[in-house]
Design a protein around this ligand. Structure first.
Ligand code: CP
Ligand code: NVA
Length: 304
């Protein structure tokens, strides 16, 4: 049994396989045909934080695969009244076939996995967001063929999403150039173990976007960090993706954002709603890529 808790849990070969499956399944569904290899299978989804894309993509995806997805949150389960995550894992995994969890510390996901009888997927923690970056890279590969040797410029917070881009840079052999303000150095510290072909850091967004094929950013206040809002708004004032900043990247560069976006804060509307933005394909591909992961975790490699 396998889990998907961090991006590095799958190898480059496995991602190549998953992207091939995602493309195939996407094509079948887009042509109006059904692809339902998981009749009677149930996914339990635990959400300790809000979600639009993650919930909709897993729920719709599981249904389209012939199965069912069950939405659970802290308030409506005993989790909110202090039931240990280990007990949730033991009970839920006797009843469902696969679990997806969105929560706070990565250690919660690891504790669940340790006691789970079924595969577990990380749907975002404070530290990582593997499903997001898998879908992002699938989106880039779908459009341009390969991400190997490319440059990804990250402008803004050193958070769960940028930290996952760093793991992906190592797996896929591209370079992450990260510009974040002083004091937000979680990814900078992680990056110390990689050479300059994989990771480079700076404070100046214009230095980060030089030679970039992808420019990407995220909110400055992630879920769970709301009490730091005032300070963060000040610290991230110069970390906005503007039209001018996009012009300093390669002319063919694309703009990506995991969403939800805050127009006028981390990105200007002219960029996210402009011709270089591929954010809507990126959001849609969450579902197609995750369907490939669900299929792989439940059925293994399909040879057809
Ligand atoms: N990108 C992403 O995970 O979006 P949601 O928070 O809406 O799920
Ligand atoms: N970094 C953001 C991502 C939301 C999808 C957060 O954790 O809130």
């Amino acid at each position: 049994m396998r889990h998907y808790l961090q991006f590095k849990d799958f190898s480059r070969e496995e991602y190549d396989y998953l992207f091939e499956r995602a493309a195939k399944i996407k094509k079948i569904v887009k042509s109006g045909q059904l692809y339902q290899p998981l009749p009677g299978k149930v996914m339990g989804m635990i959400f300790e934080k809000s979600s639009t894309r993650t919930r909709v993509s897993f729920e719709a995806g599981m249904y389209q695969l012939g199965g069912h997805a069950m939405f659970l949150n802290s308030e409506s389960t005993q989790l909110g009244r202090g039931e240990p995550i280990e007990d949730m894992a033991k009970v839920m995994s006797r009843m469902v076939d696969i679990v997806m969890i969105r929560t706070f510390e990565q250690s919660i996901v690891e504790r669940f996995a340790e006691h789970s009888l079924v595969p577990l997927i990380n749907g975002l923690t404070n530290e990582y967001h593997p499903c997001q970056i898998m879908a992002d890279i699938f989106t880039y590969v779908e459009r341009f063929g390969s991400i190997e040797g490319k440059t990804v410029a990250w402008i803004g917070d050193s958070n769960n999403v940028s930290r996952t881009w760093l793991q992906a840079a190592k797996v896929f052999g591209f370079k992450l150039k990260l510009a974040c303000p002083a004091g937000y150095d979680m990814v900078v510290l992680d990056g110390q173990e990689y050479g300059p072909d994989i990771f480079e850091t700076c404070r100046d967004p214009y230095v980060a976007v030089e030679g970039a094929d992808i420019v990407t950013t995220d909110v400055s206040v992630s879920m769970g960090f709301e009490r730091e809002t005032l300070q963060r708004k000040k610290d991230f004032i110069n970390y906005k993706v503007t039209e001018q900043l996009m012009k300093a990247a390669k002319p063919e560069a694309v703009f990506m954002h995991c969403l939800p976006a805050h127009r006028g804060e981390e990105v200007d509307p002219e960029v996210i709603d402009g011709p270089q933005s591929i954010v809507w394909d990126e959001a849609e591909n969450r579902m197609h890529a995750q369907k490939a992961v669900i299929e792989y975790l439940l059925l293994g490699k399909i040879t057809d």
